[in-house]
Design a protein around this ligand. Structure first.
Ligand code: ZN
Length: 163
């Protein structure tokens, strides 16, 4: 049975470290971590979750957009669109804060799935947004570093997407 993991909060230094590449994708340990991350993401209604947010400093994130769950191991993003848009982001590791972040609208991402099989997709909309937010987590960045401004949850209740 997958476990529900504890979400690491903002001041923890693990969120500021560059996460390490996964050397054994598809192994039982990695499959277990991925299953626990997916269960945790669903339990807390997150649209995405990065491994450092559950205390594992490795290059994995999971995404739950439009009822589709995807797993990205050792992801690489390329071909960002030149058109950018702001979108109000919130983060599971930064409670009660949200703010607009400008990011490219579209991108291409290459990664390995939970079985270690390579795939490549072109993403747009919320999926492209979540992928970029999660990639930042793997590089030790948080949306509060990039937001144009920050608001407390009282002002933005219900508006934020927690990633
Ligand atoms: Zn986040």
């Amino acid at each position: 049975m997958p476990k529900i993991l504890k979400i690491i909060q903002e001041k923890d230094p693990i969120l500021r470290k560059r996460a390490e590449p996964v050397k054994n994708p598809g192994s039982p340990e990695i499959k277990e971590l991925v299953a626990d991350m997916v269960a945790t993401m669903i339990e807390i209604n997150g649209v995405g979750l990065a491994a450092p947010q559950v205390g594992a400093s490795c290059r994995i994130f999971t995404v739950n957009v439009e009822d589709k769950i995807s797993v990205f191991i050792n992801p690489e993003i390329k071909d960002f669109s030149s058109d950018k848009i702001p979108f109000e982001e919130g983060c599971l590791s930064v409670p009660k804060i949200w703010g607009p972040v400008v990011r490219p609208k579209k991108l291409t991402v290459k990664a390995l799935d939970e079985n270690g099989k390579p795939f490549k997709i072109r993403a747009k909309g919320l999926l492209a947004r979540v992928i970029q937010h999660e990639m930042d987590h793997l590089n030790g960045a948080l949306f509060i570093d990039k937001a144009e401004k920050l608001f407390s949850i009282e002002e933005g209740e219900g508006k934020e997407t927690r990633i």
